[in-house]
Design a protein around this ligand. Sequence first.
Ligand SMILES: [Zn+2]
Length: 132
Amino acid sequence: MVDREGSRALEQVVGQDESGRLCLIGGRCDSCGEIRYPYRELCPIDLGEMRRHALSGHGVVYEAVLVALAPSGFQAPYWVGYVDMAEGVRVFAPLAVAEGAPEPKHGDRVRVEFHSFGDGTDQFVRPVFHQR
Ligand SMILES: [Zn+2]
């Protein structure tokens, strides 16, 4: 379940790349090239202007945790984790684990996909990392 605030938050981190595919949106500094996620207007290094930057979607699991007790609106158990993206930023997101697949662990290569959820009037997409 995502309220309006949650919907706006997702719009800040999910966008489209040049080919129109869904992607995670970070920021890239015009002056020093620093990449940050999520997007922010000013670079924390030199206060240069940052532009929206489509992340590749490829990364490596830094840490994974099985959630056994879910908050309201979610069904446990499910995996979440930190993923170190190819661009050098760390993203926290759900991890998809196929039936019978080994548990995710540090060093696993993953790729982001976008899952739709919500009811008929409020549909959203959220990033979920899949093992490659
Ligand atoms: Zn900068």
